[in-house]
Design a protein around this ligand. Sequence first.
Ligand code: NAD
Ligand code: UDP
Length: 344
Amino acid sequence: MQIGDTSPTILVTGGAGYIGSHTVLALLEGGYQVVVLDNLCNSSEEALRRVEALTDGAIDFVCGDVRDSAELERIFTRFEIAAVIHFAGLKAVGESVRSPLAYYQNNVEGTLSLCQAMQKAGVKKLVFSSSATVYGANAPVPYRETYPRGNSSNPYGRSKAMVEQVLEDICTADASWSVASLRYFNPIGAHPSGLIGEDPLGIPNNLMPFIAQVAVGKLPELAIFGQDYPTDDGTCIRDYLHVMDLAEGHVAALRRLSVAGIAYFNLGTGQGYSVLDIVQAFERVTGRKIAYRFAERREGDLPAFWADASKAKKDLGWSASRGLDEMMADTWKWQSKNPKGYRG
Ligand code: NAD
Ligand code: UDP
């Protein structure tokens, strides 16, 4: 998709969330107009106000649910949408095991109603938030897009794999669809202003916000899940990438949506770091000590995975440019400026 004389309007579902808000910022900076649809079940409208302040831009915000077909129809009638970036969904692995229906309803049914509304409106360009989890437990590292989808151990992962299959089938049935399914590795960090960032409700499930909350004194210590994995230091290895790099990856993917069919892209750095690497990098960059103890392995965690990120570089002209130190510094800037997140 090219930016011509008029700025295309992008519908961003889940745009008030962590990755969504950073992507909305990158879109506004890239000259796009943005409509956000979000039910705020895991986010705050304040994030969008801050994005507007940072970019001097205006966002059309619709507070609503992606499963609400009537709401979607109103949006496609009111705005001339050129393409959709679909972030809206639930993402906590453990919660998905306890509440599978909520996960299939939000993630699968939500995408179905979105695609139906898109089809009806004749908008057939979509960027989807997928995940490295679709590779399943047995894929060799680094993960490559050519690998088949594997068996995920939880409903969250299965919901992403199901949606990819649905999108693939839609593209097979109708060659006028163009879809980019972006398989994120581990996004961390925040916009360098420290004004927007990750604001999990309750106790964080993910490593980086947990460390940041220990650093700010909100949580007493980090539990490191497992110290006997077959890695150099015994802790799990992941491919952490800066959320601004990830946001820019979406803009790069949007530009590719002139190509028909579905394409899969890993968005990662291609470099793995262990949990202890992350703790040490955070301490070094911020000068804060992180109290930690080793705990049992967390069920479902894989020992080590990272991306082969060469396809995104070749086909999208995108690669992650921000290193670990920047990820740590920006996480800390956000957390220390906003110890209570957007509710502070
Ligand atoms: P997030 O929870 O911060 O953002 C999701 C947003 O969607 C929230 O603002 C929430 O209020 C909204 N939402 C949820 N269900 C909705 C519904 N039914 N209707 C309308 N809005 C709804 O999460 P995030 O980290 O920004 O993740 C965005 C997407 O990326 C998700 O689909 C997630 O599964 C995927 N993803 C995230 C990660 C990660 O590590 N953060 C990794 C891989 C994939
Ligand atoms: N982790 C940890 N303690 C925590 C949270 C996470 O040791 O409180 C580890 C987890 O076992 C994994 C890594 O940190 O090895 C990244 O976990 P996260 O939940 O952030 O991302 P995931 O890769 O599971 O999606």
